[in-house]
Ligand binder design. Structure first.
Ligand code: ATP
Ligand code: MN
Length: 480
């Protein structure tokens, strides 16, 4: 007798043999003499049908087989006569591993809203949609490591607790072991952080980039893949307070090479899912189509989910400068007709998500990379261009997501970097180690940050970032 996952059983069915499977009941129907129980064990989106005849399974057991219960089933694998599945197990013995009260179990076999399931995040792994999303999340994690490993990058673990609050990417959460009801103060009434755990003020990291740069200046090519934390109050469908970021950093690479790598990387991850997550993607494809059918015609996407993924893999991304993008936006219909919430008047404007989506979805109809942004709207570490007005930044914009990657060629010239830090009031004493890499053996280098959840949103077609991470952290919400 073999005990296998449902995925293995379907892949390699040993018809007429006795097998044993475990799984959770999705649905039960039938008559007095025979019950048909649909079970899923999470290994695949496909369920296995169990045929339980009253002559072999006692009524006492059958009574306890409710949706949500966990079972072990032993029986003979058969080809199924039913139209919905090709295999079934004729049960000889069923053990109830865990009962589920029929009246109390929240996930009855009917359609639940995503909002409802967010409140049941401890159980939502047992739904088709979320199990598909989280299997794809795993596949993408694997694809990320596979890509970088094959390209000769080294994975680097950067600190989660950081002593620098100058990373510049957003509001930070403080980390302390001080007694909050009795905070030590200095004579000037400021908090005395010398009494705190690390003897200084510390925060949760908003990005591993600065440390990744240090690694790249010795290891050549590194990447981080870790959690980042931003205490921003923005309650949008694209922002989490805790999210996972992938940050490659390459020595001897300019912005062109950075863009080429970003494009190849995204295509490779998406392609990995197309090849390895077919059943989950087929399910999500149908799901998205049903969702979009409810929308007005002009709000629907022209392409289905899988078509969209194939399109990205097969086509070159459009590359243009910020200045070119501003010209296009200034002369665009929604700008002239004052349809944008933020109208584009000229150079200097920050691009909002409505502008990004116009460029990607209306103008070019494909992913877009915008480069050379005004220095005022980008971070201190980006390399200054000859014009002294723009920096070597790049943002990759995706359909329905907007910004998915933000990156740049880094300022490798000591004096230029030092000047920018002065101008922007970045604490040079605190970042002494960052500056020193420009003093000792500096070289051109580049990197970027990919918000992992935004990539998962794109691949799964989920519209809210809270639905692609198992337990989302957002303002006023840290349940589970
Ligand atoms: P946005 O303008 O969307 O807030 P950002 O400019 O703050 O993004 P970066 O600091 O460049 O973003 O971070 C790199 C990447 O991390 C972004 O391209 C995005 O994919 C992702 N990202 C940024 N903030 C968040 C967040 N709060 N939740 C999830 N992903 C995020
Ligand atoms: Mn942001």
């Amino acid at each position: 007798m073999q005990k296998n996952s449902i995925k293995d059983i379907i892949k390699n069915p040993k018809i007429d043999q006795i097998i044993s499977v475990n799984g959770w009941v999705r649905n039960k129907r039938g008559s007095k003499n025979v019950s048909f129980i649909s079970v899923n064990d999470g290994s695949t989106i496909l369920n296995l049908q169990i045929v339980a005849e009253s002559k072999s399974i006692s009524e006492e057991i059958l009574k306890k087989i409710n949706t949500g219960a966990c079972l072990n089933i032993e029986g003979i694998l058969k080809n199924s006569q039913g139209s919905e599945q090709s295999l079934e197990i004729l049960a000889e013995k069923i053990i109830i591993l865990g009962e589920a009260d029929a009246d109390e179990y929240p996930l009855q076999p009917k359609k639940h809203s995503l909002e409802f399931l967010r409140e049941k995040a401890h159980l939502r792994f047992r739904t088709n949609t979320f199990s598909a999303v989280f299997r794809i999340r795993h596949a993408l994690t694997f694809a990320v490591h596979k890509f970088f490993n094959e390209k000769g990058f080294f994975n680097m673990h950067t600190p989660i607790i950081t002593g620098a609050d100058a990373e510049g990417a957003g509001e930070m959460f403080k980390v302390t072991s001080l007694d909050l009801s009795n905070i030590p103060k200095k004579d000037d009434l400021n908090i005395d952080f010398s009494k705190d755990f690390f003897g200084k003020q510390t925060n949760l990291t908003v990005s591993g980039q600065l440390e990744a740069e240090l690694g790249a200046m010795g290891l050549g090519k590194v990447y981080t893949f870790g959690p980042t934390f931003r205490a921003e109050k923005s309650n949008t469908s694209r922002h989490l307070s805790e999210f996972w970021m992938i940050e490659p950093e390459m020595a001897f690479a300019d912005l062109e090479m950075n863009m080429d790598m970003a494009e190849e990387f995204l295509k490779s991850c998406i392609n990995y899912c197309l090849e390895n997550c077919k059943e989950d993607l087929n399910f999500l494809n149908v799901r998205l189509k049903n969702e979009e059918d409810k929308l007005k015609k002009e709000e629907r996407s022209e392409l289905g989910l899988i078509e969209r993924l194939e399109f990205v893999v097969k086509n070159d991304f459009e590359r243009l400068t910020y200045t070119e993008a501003i010209n296009i936006l200034r002369n665009s219909k929604p700008n002239k007709k004052k349809k944008f919430e933020y109208l584009i008047e000229g150079f200097g404007a920050d691009l909002q998500s409505e502008h990004e989506r116009y460029l990607v979805e209306k103008k070019f109809k494909k992913p877009v990379i915008i480069t050379d942004y005004p220095k005022e709207i980008k971070a201190f570490y980006m390399r200054m261009n000859e014009d002294k007005k723009t920096v070597r930044a790049m943002d990759v914009l995706f359909p329905s997501i907007g910004e998915i990657i933000g990156g740049s060629q880094r300022e490798e010239r000591y004096d230029m970097l030092s000047d920018r830090m002065n101008e922007l009031d970045v604490d040079k004493k605190e970042l002494w180690w960052y500056l020193e890499t420009r003093k000792f053996g500096t070289c051109i280098h580049s990197g970027f940050g990919l918000g992992f959840e935004r990539l998962i949103m794109f691949v799964t077609g989920m519209k809210n970032i809270r639905d692609v991470i198992p337990f989302p952290r957002t303002p006023q919400n840290a349940e589970f």
